[in-house]
Design a protein around this ligand. Structure first.
Ligand code: DGJ
Length: 744
């Protein structure tokens, strides 16, 4: 019989139970069950994750079979039990399991073997915080329970604590791992995944979010075939190229039906998601820090905490999975005063002026913005050092006197006097050769000794793992934010990380540089956001290069893409919404033809796409006609009226733009009393099809009034029969429908 060590206080209404006799752990709530067992030889086996079961009666015990070339437990003669075929919770290397390992340890003797067996378990109320790392949290210990299972490698005394938190009212389990060296010799972690999950023989699709700069997060879906497929970033950040979200689903799963498992990594650096279908048609997924360029030295008594992965499950399709993430990230990952505050409508000067501005020019834009009802001015790149283009001054966060002869405060005061808020751009993690910071501290940047570093946008990367670097940035930024009375910060990062070498780490610890970078970034963000709790922080990395659940812990919103073209944005915003809430996606109306694609689109379509996110403008209002400005004033007023539904309602994808000529989505309040629908047609046609639009998420027993036409229609009718949309004989058209429930 297994004894529970370190049992903490009892919690009512358990979400986690341990069946002592069968040695099975069951994490469950009304929606989901997760089952794992202490199998023969103390091996942790995975039994099940999916729709809830009330009680487990042992039906998923792994069958035994003598299979060729699949070895057996060391010291035993039972040929029917093999770690090579067992569904497992966390695998090392060298134990006879030839599938993708979650953990690779270079032992002091040079071997890479670990053999992990069960040691103890602990069930605690609530959810412990992860020191130095972002993570989902609880506000009350009753919201969740946490199971910690400790495995041990008897030979080396390496302890691996697998942590599982199940929320009471969410279809979510958070998983992470803490690895402790309880032995006498130093070892090196070459891979430490946050999660491994094995699925029994079933056909699965994998959904990922690949992309590129100005082309982020396109939903990609493919069949999981034999062999391994890796989705990853080794660019030092989450990256535009491959987001850190992944999902596995049934082939028949669509937006509204079918089973889907989501995995959202709460981390902002290199990541790796490996999907492997093995010889027995079982699928293994591992998610964690990318082991490429990772090597962590773990001395005696030292521990390594992995970031966490948020697992979500739905048997109602992709929309339901996304809504689970939207609620979780908004309610239990984002923090701070702006978490639930309505976000202001901004005007950002980047695409209006680029570096070519001064106080006078900006004031004119501010005046125009005020007249149309815009609520915040954001001063983008070029206000500091002597920055007239992108080859200088990063690191010198002092106002550029040529552009602001009266100082930043004077300008900020002007913005405030117009009744608007004042935002400002920083790119804290970077350094230009042409900067005082570089002249004074050349060692602050990441750089391999004696090698010429790789420039990108003429800039280099600071060693964020260093306390001195962070202190310098904190002090400089604090000064600006305080002195100029800033309400919002856009935190940009405009290159990926090369020359991974820290001047303060010894050779045997250089493999820690990138993770230390991310930990340092988090520490600086924690310091700044705590020091300035009223500031609204927005993440950005050349658009959406670092959109992830980790950044959302510090900054509730992010610039979705440097591509502001409305039609390109349809696919980008659609894909992003798979994993991230609308309140986190900023979207701006820019000029037409668009600067990134050259495409000309109607102002209304640009507004409807941008209004489907956290809304703003990014164009020179002083160059717009009176009619355009009147239209903008109307759009601003419309957005103010629908803003709570857009930013904090439920979002439902209706038509996928990557599957045809149309796109549609809707926003609905939690009580279903109000909905806003947007639909878009890409290209016009001489012989157009008659398209029916069917809504979702309404109450079928209620009637709804179309606010524009006054017409009253049943919720069931809107969802089941749908309605024909008007035919637009021009490209790139859009429609917005606003429905409110009417009482009889
Ligand atoms: C990239 C951002 O995504 C843009 O919006 C802008 O801030 C530029 N950087 C400024 O350099």
């Amino acid at each position: 019989m297994t004894k529970a060590n370190n049992h903490s206080r009892k919690v009512s209404d358990p979400l986690i139970t341990f069946d002592q006799e069968n040695r099975v752990f069951h994490l469950h709530n009304q929606y989901i069950s997760y089952l794992l067992a202490i199998d023969e030889g103390g091996i942790m086996s995975h039994l099940y994750f999916g729709r809830a079961v009330r009680h487990y009666h042992g039906q998923r015990q792994s069958p035994r079979l003598d299979r060729g070339f699949s070895g057996n437990l060391p010291g035993t003669t039972d040929r029917t039990y093999s770690l090579d075929s067992l569904l497992r919770e966390y695998s090392g290397q060298g134990d006879g399991d030839f599938r993708t390992p979650a953990l690779i340890v270079r032992q002091a003797d040079g071997s890479r073997s670990v053999f992990l067996t069960y040691q103890s378990y602990q069930i605690i109320a609530g959810k412990p915080r992860l020191k130095g790392l972002p993570a989902a949290y609880v506000k009350d210990d009753e919201e969740a329970q946490t199971l910690i299972i400790t495995l041990v490698d008897q030979l080396t005394s390496l302890e691996v604590a697998l942590t599982y938190t199940i929320y009471r009212d969410r279809k979510v389990i958070a998983r992470s791992v803490k690895i402790k060296n309880a032995g006498q010799t130093t070892v090196h972690l070459e891979k430490a995944a946050s999660l491994q999950i094995d699925f029994h023989n079933r056909t699965l699709d994998v959904i990922s979010l690949p992309g590129a700069h100005v082309n982020e997060r396109h939903e990609q879906r493919e069949k999981v075939g034999f062999g391994s497929k890796v989705f990853s970033s080794s660019r030092g950040t989450t990256s535009h190229q491959m987001n850190s979200f992944i999902a596995l689903c049934e082939p028949k799963t669509d937006e509204f039906h079918g089973e889907v498992y989501g995995f959202n990594f709460v981390y902002s650096g290199n990541h790796k998601e490996s999907v492997e279908r093995d010889q027995f048609k079982q699928t293994r997924l591992t998610v964690g820090i990318n082991d490429d360029q990772f090597d962590w030295q773990l001395g005696p008594d030292e521990s390594f905490q992995t970031p966490e992965v948020l697992l979500a499950y739905s048997d109602h399709g992709l929309n339901d999975l996304s809504q689970t993430y939207h609620h979780l990230l908004r309610e239990r990952v984002s923090r701070g005063k702006n978490q639930f505050r309505q976000r202001p409508i901004v005007i950002n000067n980047w695409e209006a002026t680029f570096f070519d501005f001064n106080e006078l020019k900006l004031k004119k834009i501010v005046d125009e913005a005020k007249n149309v009802g815009i609520e915040m001015f954001v001063l983008d790149d070029g206000w500091f050092g002597h920055r007239d283009n992108d080859d200088s001054s990063l690191g010198d966060w002092r106002v550029f006197k040529k552009k602001f002869p009266h100082g930043l405060k004077k300008f900020s005061d002007y913005v405030h006097q117009q009744g608007m808020k004042m935002g400002i751009w920083f790119e804290p993690e970077m350094i230009s050769y042409d900067s005082d910071l570089y002249r004074q501290h050349p060692d602050y940047m990441l750089r391999v000794p004696d090698r010429e570093p790789t420039p990108s946008r003429d800039q280099y990367v600071l060693d964020m793992g260093r306390q001195a670097v962070r202190d310098n940035l904190f002090n400089q930024m604090k000064q600006v934010l305080k002195d100029a009375d800033i309400d919002y910060v856009k935190w940009d990062m405009n290159r990926h990380i090369t020359d991974v070498y820290s001047s303060v780490l010894p050779p045997q610890q250089q493999g820690e540089t990138l993770h230390r970078y991310v930990l340092g970034l988090y520490e600086l963000l924690e310091r700044l956001t705590s020091e300035f709790p009223d500031i609204l922080w927005e993440g950005c990395s050349g658009g959406g290069g670092r959109i992830d659940a980790g950044m959302m812990y510090y900054m509730p919103q992010s610039w979705t893409s440097d591509n502001t073209d409305a039609i390109a944005r349809l696919t980008i915003q659609y894909g992003t919404s798979l994993a991230y809430p609308i309140s986190s996606m900023t979207a701006h109306v820019s000029e037409s033809p668009n600067q990134q694609t050259g495409r000309a689109t109607p102002l209304q379509t640009r507004a409807d796409v941008a209004m489907s996110g956290v809304f703003g403008y990014e164009l020179d209002l002083t160059k717009m006609s009176a009619a355009e400005k009147a239209a903008i004033a109307k759009q601003v007023a419309t957005y103010k009226a629908i803003r709570p539904i857009i930013q904090f309602g439920d979002f439902i994808r209706l038509i996928n733009p990557s599957q045809g000529n149309r796109c549609a989505w809707l926003f609905v309040t939690a009580d279903k009393s109000e909905a806003v629908v947007f639909s878009f047609q890409v290209l016009s046609s001489a012989q157009p099809a008659f398209n029916v639009l069917k809504l979702a998420g309404l109450n079928g027993n209620w009637d709804y009034q179309n606010i524009a036409t006054g017409k009253v229609i049943g919720g069931d009718e809107l969802m089941n029969t749908g309605f024909y949309e008007t035919i637009d004989k021009f490209d790139f058209s859009s429609h917005m429908y606003h429905f409110k429930a009417v009482s009889d």
